[in-house]
Design a protein around this ligand. Structure first.
Ligand code: NAD
Length: 283
């Protein structure tokens, strides 16, 4: 199936970057959020990514304008009547995702594939909110989506082969590297990442070392470009916490996350987006 027009629901950290990726490969993409201010924030983020490329001589200002013109801002579903592929990137709460999928099922053509950028929630459960479970698929980008190459493609229990194959091809057409993963809590990458993160939080509590010190050690020892605590701040500690809780519920104590993470989230210290997390971030 060819994709001629796409849409992204949720213009936050991930949604805006995903819309940038789609527009960069010359496809029109509707970017929808709840209100004009949220959509404007998403557009600003996309503009920033393109402006940086212009600054580095990777594209001309005219090319940037052409790409920006492909992004169709929206607060309603009016522009969804001819979309072929939708990526949902709303907050990581199953009740919000299911409501969005039920709405999309009503407003999109019957053949449209509805994909979720969820980090860890059940694709099959989201599909149950629609009358097209064969056309629902996980399509999980990594942060920042404009840079990171990997996309996990996760078929749910009723996803058709055609839908899974289209999602794989679509990811490749966006110049990403798709990896097909069986549905299980955390899929592939987050399961590995969260097992490591939980252990690092325990190490931090027990050793008294600071996040900065542990990050520095791991950058040196493992050659990581970014330390895990700074990465968690960049991902958003609320997102990390939700993924952690989902994995703990699914796999038990081996994914137990120490209370220090819950305390930061309760205090609204969510990392880069609030200015305070494991680190203090200035704008
Ligand atoms: N942040 C990450 O590093 C990361 C990485 C991979 C995947 N994800 C996943 O991507 C999804 C989005 O995460 P995020 O970090 O971009 O969240 P975010 O909070 O930055 O953005 C979510 C956006 O969705 C909007 N929204 C809420 N309800 C909506 C609705 N009914 N219709 C339209 N828009 C709505 C919000 O206004 C907000 O702009 C989550 O499922 C998350 O698990 C996040």
């Amino acid at each position: 199936m060819y994709i001629f027009k796409a849409a992204v629901v949720g213009a936050g950290a991930m949604g805006a970057e995903i819309a940038e990726v789609i527009s960069a490969s010359e496809l029109p993409v509707v970017l929808k959020d709840l209100d004009d201010a949220m959509v404007a924030k998403g557009l600003k983020r996309i503009e920033g990514i393109y402006a940086e490329r212009v600054k580095r001589g990777k594209m001309t200002p005219q090319e940037m304008r052409n790409k920006m013109d492909l992004v169709i801002p929206a607060t309603t579903f009016d522009d969804f009547g001819d979309v072929d592929f939708v990526v949902e990137a709303v907050p990581e709460r199953i009740e919000i995702k299911k409501a969005v999928f039920a709405e999309l099922d009503q407003v999109c053509p019957g053949q449209t594939i509805l994909a979720s950028n969820t980090s860890a929630l059940s694709i099959s459960e989201m599909a149950s909110a629609t009358k097209r479970p064969d056309k629902i698929v996980g399509f999980h980008f990594f942060n920042p989506a404009s840079v990171m190459k990997l996309v996990e493609v996760i078929p749910g229990s009723q996803t058709s082969e055609e839908t899974a194959a289209t999602a794989m091809e679509f990811a490749q057409s966006l110049r990403k590297i798709p990896v097909r993963v069986k549905e299980c809590p955390g899929f592939l990458v987050n399961r590995i990442l969260m097992a490591g993160m939980a252990e690092l939080l325990r190490v931090q509590e027990e050793s008294g070392a600071s996040p900065e010190e542990i990050d520095a050690v791991l950058r040196q020892a493992a050659g990581l470009p970014v330390g895990p605590f700074l990465l968690a701040d960049m991902l958003g500690l609320d997102v990390v916490y939700h993924v952690a809780k989902t994995l703990e519920a699914a796999y038990g104590d081996r994914f137990h996350v120490p209370e220090s993470l819950a305390r930061l989230v309760e205090a609204n210290h969510l990392g880069v987006k609030t200015g305070q997390g494991f680190y203090t971030h200035t704008a």
